[in-house]
Design a protein around this ligand. Structure first.
Ligand SMILES: Cc1cc2nc3c(=O)[nH]c(=O)nc-3n(C[C@H](O)[C@H](O)[C@H](O)COP(=O)(O)OP(=O)(O)OC[C@H]3O[C@@H](n4cnc5c(N)ncnc54)[C@H](O)[C@@H]3O)c2cc1C
Length: 416
């Protein structure tokens, strides 16, 4: 335990119910809290931020996530903002447009939402018994045979307490503190894909297009996607290749974007999208990074969601697997209520092949989002043209059906 801060020891385990600490109030953490409470656990959630975040960005929730949402009892509370009458356009800098292939054309059957829609649905379903502490983080973990001592820091009062838990769930995202404290891998588990992403919401439709229309401008090494919704303005994704990720963070995000999408004249649509990014009240600007770990649990500490297996935007499965991972965790803890290590091992055994598949698809589907070079750009447009021909189209559709099947697997049902 650390000696850096004055420590108050508080062991709140006065009931016979087992006690879980969930770190992170994103999709994975909130779903874990909900599912563990339902499995009979007392749950405390720590969230670093001072309050719950809202909004987010475009998310396609696939069958895997929808099946988990159904079992968690939140599926009806997750809206579908898909715009069936929307058209996807391929556009270029000169203003040329032609009918293209949108995300929903390739992967049908998903529900189109904002990240906040899923977070709201799970959060609203949390029972009062789940204790949430904002502006609070774990700063040290100490594992014993039958529990975990956690040093917890309240960032507002600047006080530190130590509490004992029977299980710690690290759902604190790509740059997880729980992972660092409990796993301390010799090598960083983070794999950079050498792509940057920038995401924000538009205040209005793109000039010259309807609210429900989607846009894609794909060039070698860079792309811009406008993901449309039926009932709210679109979400925009810039995605570009870089050889020096660190350098992209050394200047304001808009400067990095303008450099990446220059020096050619932007034309009106790209120029407008960049201007809107600069004016947006908030945005996400980050590098696309995956997490590869040999184990997602150690003793009584388990990682779920991006903390364990960040798949990146390119796989389109981070939210779905966060929900499914949380749901399966509850199933396994119900199956082995007095043997946490066994439950965690079974949980990982069932989940691992599925997640490995999607880590792979996160890399291979990157070319669909953002062709890395001219050859990939050519291949992409060839595939789209082929998709319009009868026989080749059927073959491609079959290939995509296989991918879609892996996005729809009901993980907890498969483990039954
Ligand atoms: C642009 C973009 C598009 C995407 N599109 C899709 C899609 O179409 N389909 C899909 O399924 N997925 C998609 N994803 C992925 C998906 O959004 C993520 O995988 C998912 O939201 C991860 O949820 P999480 O709860 O695991 O982690 P996060 O959302 O990262 O949540 C982590 C939480 O932990 C908190 N936290 C961090 N550190 C600490 C700490 N030390 N102590 C306490 N709390 C802490 C954070 O504040 C946060 O609330 C997309 C991602 C991006 C970036």
């Amino acid at each position: 335990m650390s000696e850096r801060h004055p420590i108050r020891v508080m062991d709140k385990n006065t009931t016979s119910r087992q006690r879980a600490l969930v770190v992170g109030l994103g999709i994975s953490g909130t779903a874990s809290a909900l599912r563990l409470h339902r499995a009979g656990w007392d749950v405390v959630v720590l969230e670093k931020a001072p309050e719950r975040r809202r909004g987010g960005y475009f998310i396609a929730l696939f069958g895997t996530g929808l099946a988990a949402a159904e079992r968690l009892g939140i599926a009806d509370a997750v809206p579908n903002r898909f715009a069936p009458e929307g058209v996807s356009f391929d556009v270029d800098r000169t203003g040329r447009r032609r009918r293209g292939v949108g995300y929903a054309d390739v992967f049908g059957g998903s529900r189109m939402v904002m990240r906040g829609d899923i977070e709201d649905a799970v959060f609203t379903a949390l029972p009062d018994g789940v204790e949430i502490r904002y502006s609070t983080v774990p700063i040290a973990l100490d594992q014993y045979l039958d529990g975990v001592g956690v040093e917890i820091r309240d960032l507002t009062t600047e006080t530190t307490t130590v509490e004992r838990f029977d299980l710690v769930v690290g759902a604190d995202g790509l740059r997880s503190t729980v992972r660092r404290l409990a796993f301390e891998p010799e090598q960083s588990p983070i794999r950079r894909l050498n792509y940057m992403i920038a995401v924000y919401s538009l205040p209005e439709p793109v000039p010259g297009y309807r609210l429900q229309d989607g846009l894609l401008m794909a060039e070698a090494g860079r792309s811009v996607w406008v993901f449309s919704f039926a009932d709210r303005p679109p979400s925009v994704l810039f995605s570009y290749r870089t050889d020096d990720v660190d350098a992209e963070f050394t200047r304001p995000a808009i400067d990095s974007l303008r450099a990446a999408y220059g020096p050619e004249p932007t034309g009106s649509t790209l120029g407008w999208l960049l201007d809107q990014f600069e004016k947006a009240p908030d945005h996400l600007f980050d590098s696309a990074e995956q997490v590869h770990l040999d184990h997602w649990h150690r003793g009584r500490v388990v990682l779920v969601g991006d903390a364990a297996w960040c798949l990146t935007v390119y796989s389109g499965m981070g939210a779905s697997t966060g929900l499914a991972g949380a749901d399966l965790l509850g199933t396994m803890l119900e199956r082995h209520p007095h043997d946490v290590p066994r439950a965690l091992q079974d949980w990982e055994d069932h989940l691992r092949p599925f997640i490995d598949h999607h880590l792979g698809s996160g890399v291979s589907m990157r070319g669909f989002f953002t062709p890395g070079n001219r050859a990939e750009l050519l291949l992409r447009s060839m595939m789209i043209r082929l998709a319009r021909l009868p026989i080749a189209g059927r073959l491609l559709a079959k290939m995509m059906t296989n991918r879609a099947r892996m996005k729809s697997l009901d993980i907890a049902a498969a483990a039954a």
